[in-house]
Design a protein around this ligand. Structure first.
Ligand code: SF4
Length: 336
């Protein structure tokens, strides 16, 4: 597969030791166009029938174990993400198979060196480049930087790995460092990193061979202005919709109860609303709700804010709205 190395051998061996009749295959959007090739490869090596799941799959939080179990799947192969939950939480066994990027990173890392601030550099990346972090570390050390790769919390499978909802590697052990170097593409993870760590973030994108720093600062300022506006616009809200995600890795029921208590203490009314797939149109019918507070994927309120007709805020932003926290202590919502 161009640009990716996927090792199905361990999962094929496991499947062949059991008599599994039906397997479900969850594939992230970026790899869906290889579905047929992947299934052909698997079928050459195993005797099970394979059902490919077409529903969007945004992360390892999004395992359709209950639904697929109901149609007879005995095992799920989840491609392109790493485990975030204890395997006992799933209705049927789930095998995670990572898709490792084979793209070269030397050029872009060398290009990124002049953008780094200070000498102590935290290096982070996503699951697909995780095997390249040691190479990044060596390049930095050859240029007299102190490169740090940190362990995240239990939701994080590899040292130095970030998720869009979890930047625990950037805060682990109160380590002191000057700057973050992110290996990967897009602004989704860098935005979370800069909001969370409050350190400069340099993005080295090996796909485009480009390095970004100022754009990430500008995006942070733009998003913070938007979040400030969302809180200010919701200040007079009387009825709040507390959104509960149904996806296994997004459920935060304890947080729902804390929010409920906070709202009651501030003489606010609430309605608890569950959702599986978040669509702005699904919330349009709730006309009597003034503001939604999302306890599901933290990125919904931040990245999709403009798609919703009513303000949608994070639990931390609700604390600011209710004067339980000051704006200066703003934090990016995470699932830890
Ligand atoms: S909760 Fe959101 S950011 Fe976290 S893994 Fe799921 S989709 Fe990604």
């Amino acid at each position: 597969m161009p640009n990716y190395k996927i090792d199905f051998k361990p999962v094929i061996e496991k499947i062949n030791k059991k008599n599994i009749k039906i397997i479900a295959l969850q594939i992230p959007e970026g790899l869906k166009h290889y579905s047929y090739t992947i299934v052909e490869h698997l079928k050459k090596n195993i005797n099970s029938e394979i059902i490919v799941v077409a529903d969007p799959c945004f992360g390892a939080c999004d395992i359709a174990d209950n639904e697929l179990g109901k149609i007879g799947a005995e095992l799920i192969i989840h491609l392109g993400h790493t485990p975030i939950l204890n395997s006992k939480k799933y209705a049927i066994p789930v095998e995670f198979v990572n898709a490792f990027s084979s793209i070269d990173i030397k050029k872009v890392i060398n290009n990124s060196l002049k953008y780094l601030k200070g000498k102590k550099i935290k290096i982070v990346t996503t699951a697909q480049h995780i095997h390249k972090l040691d190479e990044v570390k060596k390049i930095l050390e050859n240029h007299n930087f102190n490169a740090i790769i940190s362990k995240g919390n239990e939701r994080i499978a590899f040292e130095g790995q970030v998720l869009g909802c979890n930047f625990s590697v950037s805060l682990s052990n109160n380590e002191d460092y000057d700057c973050i170097l992110f290996l990967g593409s897009g602004t989704f993870h860098p935005l979370g990193l800069i909001l969370n760590s409050k350190k400069p973030v340099v993005v080295a994108d090996p796909y485009t061979n480009t390095v970004k720093k100022d754009e990430i600062e500008d995006l942070k300022d733009q998003i913070l202005r938007q979040r400030y506006g969302a809180i200010a616009n919701s200040k007079n809200s009387k009825i709040f919709g507390i959104l509960v995600g149904l996806k296994t890795g997004q459920q935060r029921i304890k947080l729902v109860n804390e929010i409920k208590k906070l709202l009651i203490d501030h003489q606010k009314k609430y309605l608890i609303i569950s959702m599986n797939y978040f669509l702005p149109t699904s919330l349009e019918g709730f006309r009597d709700i003034d503001c939604f507070v999302s306890t599901a994927c933290p990125r919904i309120a931040i990245d999709d804010y403009l798609k919703y007709k009513k303000p949608i805020i994070t639990p931390i932003e609700l604390e600011i709205l209710l004067d339980k926290r000051v704006w200066e202590d703003y934090e990016f919502d995470q699932i830890l």
